[in-house]
Write a protein that binds this ligand. Structure first.
Ligand code: PLP
Length: 397
């Protein structure tokens, strides 16, 4: 039902600077096509298609039965802060005290709160482009200057350390890193992180290190910039349960940061959410401390799917696709099709029945690319590749 509004409502000026995450818009368009009877393969949204492991679900059920249905501390339940501190120390070798952990409803609020807390008008924030769209949105929203750095295909989508360093000025307050990366699947090499850490030493520049895909790495081991001497105190690690434990809908994530900043981020939590759902947090304790076998099983299945989608995309006319080293996304170059990214993503949805994202959904420098999530079954990936292949034969020649 549509209503005609009689009065205008004045939005604050900052709202004109707020961006969005196109994946959710494409999902709505894809669902509308499904409502008209079309069959669509969903490769637009970045969430594991696996069920949350049963031991985690069981822990939440027990927590609900146990009365974990009330408010808790804004920074998170002590048990979960402890479990996160242990987990971070175990996976990255960084000693972490529970007072350095803030639990949030998903990893995204860490992005929101940290940018809100650290950047303001007159400051510059360096962020990856193409990159997760909320970085640019939030930098603009708080009135700071968004300074993009590139992620280039010919470097296998690793960062160019010299490019980042060249862009640092006296006004740079925050550097955002994301590895493994969304949307390219690139991983920042340990040498790259070390070079950055060496050159950031002694400078008052904070680093927001988004490590939400740290368990989804297909070659070698994950590295964090916080592991390098002197970097822990200026780094905020963003991590969470959504991708590693297939828990997107539970809304559960965390930040690891120096305790004085953790207090402020917890205060933002008090102002915004009060706390993260208590039963979700109890499930989080089980996720981190319980049986970890499902993490490896999911990773191996993603590895299998990665091969299917990379091979399939490389057979399409005008597409060329690198093998991603982490996360569950491929970012094929589509310049050979002579189409713009936006028009190609549109046509593939409407005419081929496959939902994917334009590279420009991740910033202007994503032109020339599409992003496909391979968090879908091999059967569906093959179906999508066949449909795009049939469509491309007719439309791209
Ligand atoms: N960071 C990156 C790079 C992501 O791709 C996502 C989700 O897609 C998030 C953070 C946020 O994850 P969540 O809020 O579900 O924990």
């Amino acid at each position: 039902m549509s209503t005609t509004l009689q009065k205008t409502i004045r939005l604050a000026e900052r709202m004109s600077r707020l961006g969005t995450e196109t994946a959710f818009e494409v999902l709505v368009r894809a669902r509308a096509l499904e409502a008209q009877g079309r069959e669509i393969v969903h490769l637009e949204i970045g969430e594991p298609d696996f069920a949350t492991p049963a031991n985690i679900v069981e822990a939440a059920v027990l927590a609900l039965r146990d009365g974990r249905t009330h408010y808790g501390p804004s920074a998170g339940l002590p048990q979960l802060r402890e479990a996160v501190a242990e987990y971070t120390a175990k996976h990255s070798g960084i000693p972490v005290d529970p007072s350095e952990v803030v639990i949030t409803p998903g990893g995204k609020p860490i992005m929101f709160f940290v940018i809100l807390a650290l950047a303001q008008r007159g400051d510059e924030v360096l962020y990856p482009n193409p990159g997760f769209p909320i970085y640019e949105s939030m930098i603009n929203f708080v009135g700071a200057q968004a300074v993009p750095y590139g992620l280039h295909e010919d470097r296998d989508f690793d960062v160019d350390v010299e490019e980042i360093l060249d862009k640092i000025t006296d006004r740079t307050r925050l550097l955002i890193l994301n590895s493994p990366q969304n949307p390219t699947g690139g991983v920042i090499s340990r040498e790259g992180l070390k070079a950055l850490a060496d050159r950031l030493a002694g400078r008052d520049i904070a680093v927001l290190s988004d490590e939400i895909y740290h368990q989804l790495i297909y070659e070698g081991e994950h590295s964090s910039i916080a592991q390098f001497p002197g970097m822990k105190e200026s780094t905020i690690i963003l991590n969470g349960f959504s991708k590693t434990y297939a828990m997107t809908g539970w809304r559960l994530g965390w930040g690891v940061m120096r305790p004085d900043l953790a207090k402020w981020i917890a205060q933002l939590m008090t102002n915004c959410n009060s706390c993260t759902a208590s039963f979700s947090q109890m499930a989080g304790v089980e996720a981190l401390r319980g049986d970890q076998s499902s993490v490896g099983v999911m990773r191996e299945e993603f590895r299998r799917r990665r091969r299917v989608i990379v091979d399939g995309l490389n057979r399409l006319p005008g597409f060329s696709c690198r093998q991603p080293h982490g996360a569950f996304y491929v970012f094929p170059n589509i310049r050979g099709t002579k189409c713009s990214s936006g028009s190609l993503a549109d046509a593939i949805l409407k005419e081929a029945g496959v939902a994917c994202l334009s590279g420009t959904a991740f910033g202007a420098w994503g032109e020339g690319y599409l992003r496909f999530s391979f968090a879908n079954s091999v059967e569906n990936l093959q179906k999508a590749l066949n449909w795009i292949g049939d469509w491309a034969k007719k439309k791209l020649g």
